[in-house]
Structures are given as structure tokens and as C-alpha cells.
Write a protein that binds this ligand. Sequence first.
Ligand SMILES: [Zn+2]
Ligand SMILES: [Zn+2]
Length: 111
Amino acid sequence: MRNHPTSAEVYERVREKHPSISRATVYRNLAVLAEGGDIVRVKVPSGADHYDFREDAHFHAVCRECGAVCDVDVQPGVDAFAHLDAHGFQVEECSVVFSGLCPACAAKAAE
Ligand SMILES: [Zn+2]
Ligand SMILES: [Zn+2]
């Protein structure tokens, strides 16, 4: 499984171990986990949502060609969090998605 599977990929993976589980059950559980903040839903503008099982705050880069999702481990948002905190704003969620071309697709595009 990739680091950021879509719900369909999670379903395929779960079904290997639990052949009788329904797609609806898996999707519902993913939605519940995402609502509760246990997993992160990465919204991809041009495709299915991806799910992330990392809990620490980080950003994502999404390739617009192949849909690959990569973690971005820099934290340009740290000052923003401090700023929001200083203004009494309680942050519950933060999502930053960079979109563009992954190295493989950029190389293809350059050919
Ligand atoms: Zn790509
Ligand atoms: Zn991630």
C-alpha cells in the first residue's frame, strides 16, 4: 500500500484479510476516522480523496498527471500556528496541498 491510499486501495487491502467485508463498511469507517481526526483525508482536486495514517502535521504535494501524493516535511506553517494561537484562534485542521508534476511526470513532460 502506498503511504496515501485512496479509499478504494484501503478496501482492496482490507479485503485480502477480511474477504467478507463490504466496501460500504470500509468507506464508512474511513469517513468516521477522518471525522474524528484519527486519520487525515487528503483532498485531491482532480481525483479521489487519499487517506493518510500519519498523525503529525505535514503538507502534501500532489502530481496532477499521475495523482501521486508525497509528504512535504518542511513546516512553513509553524509561524502561522503561533500567530493564530496568539490571536486566540483554535486550529482544528490544517491542510496544505501543493499541486504540480512529480519527478517522473516532469521528466516525461520534458521529453
Ligand atoms: Zn506524476
Ligand atoms: Zn502524508
